[in-house]
Design a protein around this ligand. Structure first.
Ligand code: PLP
Length: 358
């Protein structure tokens, strides 16, 4: 790592830079390592860009509010859901004083944003990688509890009754943040209907996954107006560039939503086929059930598996460093052609002595 300037804050010097899926890519033709959507539609831009954009573009806010069944006052748009995570921590956690609670194995950015705000992280492992450890969570005193459902990287849905138990416990004490980045792949599991009952519930959403717009950097925070207003004080004056607003508004139009739902149906079917294949291969010790556009696999040697696929120009992600997991790889669901290439490569790696099936 290159040296950090001596005048930088101690907290900044201590940070280990986040290795994103993109930064660890070394070429490769088939990208199945960042849960992106390979079936993305193309978009058009028009007009000039000489004016500063609106902080919260009305067409985007109204579009998302209509899509989520909420009022505009309950919606914040930001540079990806990642900025929503950061805004929540910066707005609600006093540095060096408050903490957040997370349930590993889970999405990495909660801990990273906490660290950069000098906020400590209570880690309460999922039970069996699927249920929340409620007594463990209740033993912490955080300002924010992060629950990811479907959970990245396991793909599990967190049971609604567990989320409700956490909401009941932390009334008037902490915000409960449910990260629904992948909810379009299992829309019936959304807890958006609980917003009217629990004013301390916050839901994170994104256009990066099912909508196929990871390159756009556009995400949403859904919550009571008082929470949204706190976040608006902390957000940059012009977080959403005009081209981003134009494309997001197109994605949230009835046509855009119908396209998204069609690609979700395709991806869910490809995922189920891939799970069937993976479960049949010797050397794959566990296949997690998935409610999203990725599948977690336990293998005997995760690094060797990743490297064998890299040799065939296919990138998947080693998730073995996650707390509570070992020798696991996460495979994002790509296009039909990409999944066919992946199937061939996996058969060659896991069944080297067998002739490939056609
Ligand atoms: C991808 C992802 C995000 C971040 O989404 P962006 O909108 O691209 O910042 C948030 N949470 C989870 C669980 C994710 O997998």
């Amino acid at each position: 790592m290159s040296k950090v300037h001596p005048l930088a804050r101690d907290a900044v010097k201590a940070i280990v830079p986040y290795a994103s899926a993109r930064s660890s890519m070394s070429g490769g033709a088939v990208w199945l390592n960042a849960n992106e959507n390979a079936l993305a539609p193309a978009y058009q831009l028009d007009g000039t860009f000489n004016r500063y954009p609106s902080c919260q573009p009305k067409a985007v806010i109204d579009g998302y509010a209509a899509y989520a069944g909420l009022a505009a006052e309950q919606v914040l748009v930001s540079r990806g859901a990642d900025e929503g995570i950061e805004l929540l921590i910066r707005s609600f956690c006093e540095p060096k004083q408050d903490s957040i609670t997370i349930c590993p194995p889970t999405y990495g950015m909660y801990a990273i944003s906490a660290e950069s705000n000098q906020t400590s992280v209570n880690k309460v492992l999922l039970k069996n990688n699927e249920r929340l450890d409620l007594p463990g969570i209740f033993a912490t005193s955080p300002k924010l509890v992060f629950i990811c459902s479907p959970n990245n990287p396991t793909g599990d849905l967190i049971p609604r009754e567990d989320i409700i138990a956490v909401l009941e416990h932390f009334k008037d004490q902490a915000l409960v943040v449910v990260d629904e980045a992948y909810i379009e792949f299992a829309p019936e599991a959304s807890v958006v209907s609980l917003l009217s009952r629990y004013p301390h519930l916050v839901i994170l959403r994104t256009l990066s996954k099912a909508f196929g717009l990871a390159g756009l950097r556009c995400g949403f925070t859904l919550a009571a107006p008082e929470i949204i207003n706190a976040l608006k004080k902390m957000i940059a004056p012009y977080p959403i560039a005009e081209p981003v607003a134009q494309i997001a508004a197109q994605a949230l139009s009835p046509t855009g939503i119908a396209q998204m739902q069609q690609s979700v149906a395709t991806i869910n079917a490809l995922r189920d086929d891939f799970i069937t294949l993976a479960a049949s291969l010797p050397g794959i010790n566990k296949v997690w059930p998935s409610n999203a556009n990725y599948v977690l696999l336990q293998v005997s040697d995760a690094a060797a598996c990743v490297n064998a696929l890299i040799a065939e120009d296919i990138l998947i992600r080693n998730q073995s460093s996650q707390l509570g997991l070992s020798q696991v790889v996460r495979v994002s669901i790509g296009s039909p052609a990409e999944m066919q290439r992946l199937a061939g490569a996996m058969q060659r790696y896991f069944q080297p002595n067998q002739r490939e099936t056609a």
